[in-house]
Design a protein around this ligand. Structure first.
Ligand code: MG
Length: 439
């Protein structure tokens, strides 16, 4: 990969025509002139993008602020609270502005406010990269690897379907696959649900039986190791759906299948139980996509209770806190696996891959391929080839947004049923006895 061409000297830069959205750093520090929000749903998932405009011609940036289940609230938090706070302030003081936004609500660390902060934080990093004529990874010290190994999702109603999906991914060069499978007669996470039977059929909400799920998943991994072999990296997401005692047993039972990692075995409310899992088996553990708060990740990293920290970058407040989180994790041999599903915008995926290539303790990157509508709205989605994602080489995040295309896919345009009724929110999942459980 060519990196030298980006390190243009000032003379060459001054002589070159400016790229769209790029400006030389002038004597005057750019000031924030306007903040706006682009809400869009090109892939059927509500995405929130923040655009920060400076007082310098053509100098602006984009940030991801996607909390898809409460997207409208993030839009309001940006427009009504952060926009008036940051407008008129210097755009280059990212650390200072992050702390100003974080502290200005007094009550802090909630997902709505953290996502709103992230939208502006990431846009400021984009602006700084455009000013410098460099991708953001250069501002973090440059690359320490060519690309980021990714994992993709394989799922099916039946075990054979999941394994067929995995084979297709592996044939395409993917080296790490997350396996999920449906469970007869109930809903599942990350795999197609199946029809309810008996008394449960009368239940309106999806039903999930933790014990049946664990039994089925162990059968899946037994078949996977037999049929897919020992070389492919296998992952699994529990999605915090089982009680802590069952999670400890499940981690022990999975140990024989040598997973790359077991994800979200516990809910954030039960993280003390990681000590028990750690003490009883060597299954690698990943945790953190629901984390908002340093109190949630500090202890797990400091006590080396997990192997991968996999925070949703916008949920923690953007690039600024996550870069620090990665550095803290490095000191404890914890690696990164930033959350990368469809409810991360293309700008957010660029922030993920930026951290992936710039942080020495990178582990793996969850990968979601863009559909045609995403590519129509966003130019600059990271490229994935042969199982590795590559950072953009353009200044900033290297992303441009077609506002007219974004407006063609407003919130709710593709939603049906409960998704529409709940304004993009999620519903309820219950145990067979009717108890509400984690999503
Ligand atoms: Mg997950």
């Amino acid at each position: 990969m060519k990196t030298g061409v980006r390190r243009r000297d000032l003379l060459a830069l001054a002589a070159a025509p400016l790229l769209p959205g790029t400006a030389l750093r002038a004597a005057a520090v750019p000031k924030i002139k306007d903040v706006s929000v682009i809400p869009t749903e090109p892939a059927g998932v509500r995405l929130v993008i923040v655009k920060v405009q400076t007082d310098q011609d053509g100098l602006y940036g984009y940030g991801c602020a996607t909390f898809t289940q409460r997207a409208d609230l993030v839009v309001e938090a940006v427009n009504r609270y952060l926009k008036p706070l940051v407008t008129g302030r210097p755009a280059d003081a990212i650390e200072d502005l992050w702390n100003a936004m974080y502290n200005s609500s007094y009550w802090r660390n909630g997902p709505v406010l953290n996502n709103a902060i992230s939208g502006i934080d990431q846009a400021l990093w984009d602006i700084k990269g455009r000013q410098a004529g460099m991708p953001v990874y250069e501002l973090l010290g440059g690359k320490c690897r060519r690309g980021a190994m990714i994992y993709s999702h394989a799922a099916g109603r039946e075990i054979s379907e999941t394994l067929d999906e995995a084979r297709k991914l592996m044939a395409g060069g993917v080296r790490a696959v997350r396996l999920q499978v449906g469970v007869p007669g109930m809903a599942a996470y990350g795999a197609p649900g199946q029809k309810k039977s008996g008394d449960d059929a009368a239940q309106q909400d999806p039903v999930f039986d933790p014990d049946a799920y664990v039994r089925r998943t162990l059968q899946l991994f037994e078949a996977a190791r037999k049929e897919l072999g020992g070389e492919v990296y296998l992952l699994h997401d529990v999605h915090e759906r089982v009680p802590p005692r069952l999670a400890v047993q499940f981690a022990k039972d999975l140990e024989q299948f040598k997973l790359f990692f077991m994800e979200d075995a516990l809910s954030p409310e039960n993280i003390d139980y990681f000590r028990q899992i750690r003490a009883q088996c060597a299954t690698p553990l990943a945790m953190g996509e629901l984390f908002n708060n340093p109190h949630e990740w500090n202890m797990l990293i400091r006590e080396s209770l997990i192997d991968y920290i996999r925070v949703h970058v916008t949920q923690a407040g953007g690039l600024t806190p996550c870069w620090k989180m990665a550095a803290m994790a490095e000191a404890f041999q914890v690696r990164t696996a930033w959350h990368g599903p469809g409810d991360v915008s293309p700008v957010g995926h660029c922030a993920n891959v930026t951290l992936d290539v710039a942080c020495p303790n990178f582990g793996i990157q969850e990968w979601t391929a863009p559909n045609e509508r995403i590519q129509e709205v966003f130019d600059g989605y990271p490229v994935m080839k042969d199982g590795y994602a590559y950072a953009n080489e353009k200044p900033g995040w290297g992303v441009e947004i077609n506002a007219a295309a974004a407006a063609k896919y407003p919130f709710g345009f593709s939603e049906r049923g409960d998704g529409k009724r709940l304004n993009g929110g999620w519903g309820v999942v219950r145990r067979p006895d009717g108890t509400v459980i984690n999503q």
